[in-house]
Design a protein around this ligand. Structure first.
Ligand code: ZN
Length: 440
């Protein structure tokens, strides 16, 4: 308790009794509205009190003024699909990674990269509920998380592979599935996560009667059900079962009017996770972003050495799925553009936190891949702020009066080049300053 009081005192000391005015910047508010130039953002008690043209906002006496002329302000990013405690160094899976110490470090790392909120998709253990209590008490630093608790997969199937130790439910029958949903629901997670995939036909896929039971039982407990998905036909079947979110792209073939209508009819969240697909083949060539100082700043030297080594590239290239995975990303990009233009509710996610999917950097890379798919920088930013946040909470994701003061200050305008989200000069979380990652 004493530590908490001290922390609050320190924060207040830095922010002038918690009342701050960021003066003279360009504001991208996350709603999709045109940016406001030469604006003032007035922060008090952790929330945005007022926002408007510099000459229209009166700054009360005693407020700490910070000049942000020539800088761009936008909401902290929101990742609807991430994982915690799967790896310690970001690259190698580790069954020992699911610890309070490591999860705390990962949440702080995310926030330093401008990611304010994440949803953890089905790989959490019971420790997460203790951490959630600490978070609610204001004792957890870093990004805010929501959790699906323990997810639902298939014996001998997904989730699996070379990931960390998987600790998920794998029911054999609909009755077993319902009982396990009730067990998960007793912890009051934010949603339930299921995996529906067959690893290119090599593994058993969850039977429709199992996922129908999980979705139905989740809904009986007022929980939304979210699915890992790959195939168009599975997406349609999941949508017919009442799924609330598709947490990866449809990647086997182009989407069609039937699936678009089903997604829109129930306002289902569609989370592309393009960077997840990129990560499944790009290490064979050595991704160009290995040289990006913003990436390098968040990775241990030994990990960088390994990623750049010939042995690592050869290992990645020896994966028989490299070609299919690359095709999957291309299909995902085409489908994203089609679905976005059709008015589907497109959120934002990365699958970061899994080995080789780097928390913090991958959120920025995902924005770049969304723009590469044909979205404008503004459209991609709205997906990653207002839309992604709208799925999780009401008071985050936009810069508007009454919203949490979760703000990223950039040295360059991301509407000119989406890569400018990497040029972070300051981060505010609930009105308190947080040190951003600092590339050399
Ligand atoms: Zn995932």
């Amino acid at each position: 308790m004493l530590a908490l009081v001290m922390l609050a005192f320190t924060a207040n000391a830095q922010t002038g009794s918690g009342r701050v005015a960021l003066v003279g910047g360009r504001v991208i508010d996350g709603t999709g509205n045109a940016p406001m130039e030469d604006a003032t953002v007035l922060i008090s008690g952790g929330t945005i009190q007022a926002i408007g043209a510099k000459n229209a906002i009166r700054i009360p006496a005693g407020v700490h003024k910070i000049d942000v002329t020539d800088r761009t302000l936008m909401p902290l990013l929101v990742d609807d699909h991430a994982h915690l405690g799967q790896t310690i160094n970001g690259l190698d899976p580790s069954p020992d990674a699911y610890t309070e110490e490591n999860i705390r470090a990962q949440l702080e790392h995310l926030l330093a990269y401008g990611v304010g909120t994440i949803a953890v998709m089905g790989t959490d253990r019971d420790l997460i509920y203790e951490l959630r209590s600490e978070q609610e008490a204001g004792k957890l630093p870093g990004a805010h998380f929501y959790t699906a608790g323990r997810g639902f997969g298939v014996k001998g199937g997904a989730p699996g592979g070379a990931g960390a130790a998987w600790d998920v439910n794998r029911p054999d029958t609909a009755e077993e599935a319902r009982a396990e949903v009730r067990e998960v629901a007793a912890h009051h997670p934010s949603f339930v996560k299921i995996w529906v995939d067959d690893s290119y036909g090599r593994a058993p896929k969850m039977k429709p009667e199992i996922y129908r039971a999980i979705v139905d039982e989740a809904h009986r407990h007022q929980l939304r059900a979210l699915a890992h998905v790959y195939y168009l036909d599975d997406a349609k079947s999941l949508l017919a079962a009442g799924i609330d979110g598709l947490m990866h792209s449809i990647r086997d073939q182009p989407v069609d009017p039937e699936v678009i209508a089903a997604l829109k009819a129930h306002n289902v969240l569609y989370v592309p996770t393009l960077v997840r697909d990129e990560s499944t083949f790009i290490y064979a060539d050595g991704p160009p972003w290995l040289d990006d100082p913003f990436f390098r700043a968040g990775v241990l030297p030994a990990v960088l050495d390994k990623l750049q080594s010939a042995a690592f590239r050869q290992h990645a290239a020896s994966d028989p799925d490299v070609g299919k995975n690359s095709d999957s990303l291309r299909m995902a990009e085409v489908n994203l553009k089609t679905l976005f233009d059709a008015g589907v509710r497109v959120g934002f996610g990365t699958d970061a936190g899994m080995p080789g999917r780097f928390l913090g950097y991958f959120e920025h890379r995902e924005l770049q891949l969304m723009v590469q798919s044909g979205l404008t920088p503004m459209q991609a930013i709205v997906c990653a702020t207002r839309t992604a946040a709208g799925f999780l909470a009401r008071d985050i994701g936009t810069l508007q009066p009454g919203q949490r003061a979760n703000i990223m200050v950039l040295d360059a305008n991301p509407l000119d080049d989406i890569r400018n989200t990497e040029k972070i000069s300051a981060i505010w979380r609930g009105g308190n300053p947080v040190k951003p990652i600092s590339p050399e």
